[in-house]
Design a protein around this ligand. Structure first.
Ligand SMILES: [Mn+2]
Length: 265
């Protein structure tokens, strides 16, 4: 459990966003998005009891002991400023930025989480995570790639190769995965049994009640029922939807920043 509040202070909110994929599809378009994300952070920080950035903030992030990838400096500067203003901020890793290690915590003072976490706020419970590898399906990723990516020996070996080779390769890989998703018709809501995270929420709900399940990864802004009294919120992404979720102490609302909200596309 990472957050245990007896209740949300009057007028305060908890904000969630994920899948900024900074760096994609190129530096120019990414910079526009980076500025938009900063405007969003500026617009919510005064009312924020906590801001959760829930993975895939970068299209590819690999940090070394002494070196981090170049770029995204305005975003990092904004995070540093929020921390210095003592606005509670947490980051989750996603499947594109598994290789964030100590930098965000040591340099920026931000807590970093690798697995779904429970938030308890008053009498309500939220399960929050990036969402990759949950539910049935995507076995190749779940049982092979995820283990490989998270394996310390594989990480050590990868870090021994010069980034001039590994970075273009990793960015190509990210592009390839995106194309594959498009081919498979992943850009629209599927049936309940084919939406793996939704299915995961349904199964989890039979064992333990959560008021809300909040995940990213799916790249679709979704607000779907789970059992009788629970909901699965997917945070969408910032390449097309610019979506985020706002928890006001009672309920969670999906919103779009500087855009009209497209729900359950
Ligand atoms: Mn993503």
């Amino acid at each position: 459990m990472i957050l245990n509040l007896s209740a949300l202070p009057e007028g305060k909110k908890i904000y969630f966003a994920s899948d900024f994929h900074l760096g994609a599809p190129n530096a120019h378009i990414s910079l526009e998005r980076e500025r938009r994300i900063i405007r969003w952070l500026d617009s919510v920080c005064d009312t924020a009891a906590h801001i959760f950035l829930v993975g895939d903030l970068f299209d590819f992030w690999y940090e070394y002991n002494y070196v981090i990838p170049k770029g995204f400096i305005r975003f990092q500067g904004k995070l540093a400023q929020l921390v210095d203003r003592q606005i509670p901020l947490s980051i989750f890793t996603g499947n594109h930025d598994i290789w964030a290690f100590r930098y965000f915590t040591e340099e920026l003072g931000i807590a970093l989480y690798r697995k779904p976490q429970i938030l308890q706020i008053g009498s309500q419970k939220i399960l929050l995570g990036h969402g990759d590898g949950l539910g049935r399906g995507d076995y190749f990723y779940k049982y092979f790639l995820k283990n490989l990516f998270e394996n310390p020996i594989a990480q050590f070996l990868f870090s021994q190769i010069h980034p001039s080779f590994t970075f273009p390769f990793a960015l190509l890989w990210a592009k390839y995965r995106k194309k594959k998703d498009r081919r498979k018709g992943e850009e629209h809501l599927k049936s309940r049994e084919n939406e793996w995270i939704w299915q995961y929420c349904e199964e989890r709900e039979t064992k333990e009640h959560f008021d809300f399940y909040v995940f990213g990864h799916r790249h679709l802004p979704l607000d779907l029922p789970v059992g009788e009294q629970s909901r699965y919120i997917n945070l969408g992404e910032w390449l097309t939807y610019n979506t985020y979720a706002e928890y006001d102490g009672k309920t969670i609302t999906l919103k779009a920043f500087e855009k009209d909200l497209v729900l359950n596309p």
